[in-house]
Design a protein around this ligand. Sequence first.
Ligand code: SF4
Length: 333
Amino acid sequence: MRAATFDTTPPFLHEKARAVRDKVFGPRVFVRGVVEVSSHCRENCRYCAMRRDNRALTRYRLAADELAELIIHQRPASITDIDIQAGEDPVAVREVVLPLVRELRRRTNLGITLCLGTLSQQEYDELREAGGDYYVMKIETGNPDHYDLIGAPGSLAERVAAICYLARTGWKVSSGLIMGLPGQTSAEVEQTLNLLTLLPLAGCSVSPFVAGEQTPFGTSPNGDIEQTLNCVARLRLCAPHWIIPAVSAMRLVSEDGYVRAFKAGANLATINLTPSSARADYPIYKRDRIIMDEERVLSAIADAGCDFSPIGIADHLRNAPEVVLPKGVNIFA
Ligand code: SF4
């Protein structure tokens, strides 16, 4: 990551990052809705309760037609984009996500974000053809050995190759890291940030690690909110054009962490639209996670002195300059 030429101690770092966000986007925050369509997962990440070895979890897949009705008729007016998320579940991709994306594309102008894990190139192509705009593919850590230690999907090289494939085939891609993962060193954080800045990304997230119940890391300490927010600010300064979310885990580890993320340069918020009957069985952090409903999200945006964006992520990125790999970085392809 490039060396900063200004005072890098908070709050100056956050102020500088906020000023850069305001210069590029204005004091505005994209608002998307998320539906968590399946809690089945074939992967076994050691930091996630949806891992396949967690037999205590009740698994579900939601129905495409019911989700379409919910999104089309009941979404809050502030939402411009929909994020369809699932564990790594090819059945859900085929039976729920593809028909849902086609229906949303046919009946709405919503931008469509997908966060479905590492799939085959054919599946990415089908999802893109169906109408997907933006794919979220987090690397979590940029050190190959640490990646293996946390049990993240496949290998880091495969994950990076998938990001490059998606970008080459017309997707706008977001990635991200987890701050405070067990076994993570500060050198690995720097290595991760460096790798992220080399990738063809339109957005990037940082979440504080949350020790999930029913995971091998369940007794580890949570990530530090100050380090996480400093990382938000550094991401913004290093890539002013990135879409950088505030995530609910920030609020879970610190009461005002979510609002402070916007003050540190974040520009994306997510309203949870998953039907309440399914939410407890999608334990991305823990069963009693804080659900970011419309009221919480809009008041956090206002508390940070921002407004929600009338333009969606997909529309914004459609007009943004092409993101290309820097020269010499095709080793990942
Ligand atoms: S992080 Fe994603 S891929 Fe890994 S176990 Fe959880 S849902 Fe599955």
